[in-house]
Design a binder for this molecule. Structure first.
Ligand code: AMP
Length: 120
């Protein structure tokens, strides 16, 4: 698999400060911000600061520090938001996964009963 990162994607622009975001948590390796079109009371996107297009790209090529930093950001998002009742983590990937933004991101969605995982 060849991964090619487009630095004009909207999350790259957010990381460069060219587009505003509602930050929930930020660290050296990750940024977490509210989704602009929330699907539930909690809908936060966690992204690495490095140029990775997808979960599989990140898992293959990111350093251990980046990977640990990313998961620590996930933990902080869970601590800071209403996820005690549960939540869903989603990483849409490429065409079959219907990924719109080609910068790796994990959706953290919760704050209500979400229903079963897949429809259609
Ligand atoms: P995906 O289909 O997994 O690539 O989802 C991309 C997500 O990014 C969608 O849920 C969008 O609502 C969200 N999104 C797009 N632009 C922005 C933005 N400027 N700020 C916050 N979230 C955004």
């Amino acid at each position: 698999m060849e991964y090619s990162y487009d630095d004009q994607n909207i999350f790259a622009k957010i990381l460069r400060g060219e587009i505003p975001n509602q930050t929930v948590y930020e660290s050296e390796h990750a940024l977490a911000f509210r989704d602009i079109n929330p699907q539930a009371p909690v809908h936060v996107l966690v992204i690495p600061k490095g140029p990775y297009v997808s979960l599989d790209h990140f898992a293959r090529d990111a350093s251990q520090e980046e990977q640990v930093g990313f998961m620590q950001a996930v933990a902080e998002v869970c601590r800071l938001t209403d996820t005690d009742g549960g939540f869903r983590a989603i990483c849409n990937t490429r065409t079959h996964g219907v990924q719109d933004v080609p910068h790796y991101h994990m959706h953290i969605i919760g704050g209500r009963q979400l229903g079963r995982m897949l429809q259609g």
